[in-house]
Design a protein around this ligand. Structure first.
Ligand code: ZN
Length: 109
């Protein structure tokens, strides 16, 4: 209970997932992935509103909500977000394998 999720070294994605699990784990499991995805999409809408007309603080907190709901979805499906991000983006652009990315701007990523 004494773990500090946002210490001197910053908050890792793994620590965020643990914190979300401690706070909401039982509710999240009961809600399931599909309903959680709906909440995540709702938060994207709120982020869009904050981008258009919110204060910097409102924008920051909406970004936090989007990340928290993504962490929730990862918890429900047993995904280690930190490991997934490291696998996909930890070394270089997954499209062109370069840093910085040299992909054609007309194409993803
Ligand atoms: Zn690239």
């Amino acid at each position: 209970m004494s773990e500090q999720p946002a210490g001197e070294g910053g908050l890792t994605l793994s620590a965020l997932q643990r914190q979300i699990r401690r706070m909401y784990g039982a509710k999240d499991e009961a809600r399931g992935d599909a309903a959680t995805f709906l909440w995540l999409t709702e938060e994207f809408g709120e982020l869009a509103t904050a981008l258009r007309s919110g204060t910097d603080e409102e924008l920051a907190l909406e970004m936090a909500d989007v990340l928290a709901w993504l962490a929730t979805l990862a918890n429900i499906r047993g995904i280690d977000l930190e490991a997934a991000v490291a696998r996909k983006y930890g070394a270089a652009c997954p499209g062109c394998q370069a840093v910085p990315c040299i992909c054609d701007p007309a194409e993803k990523p």
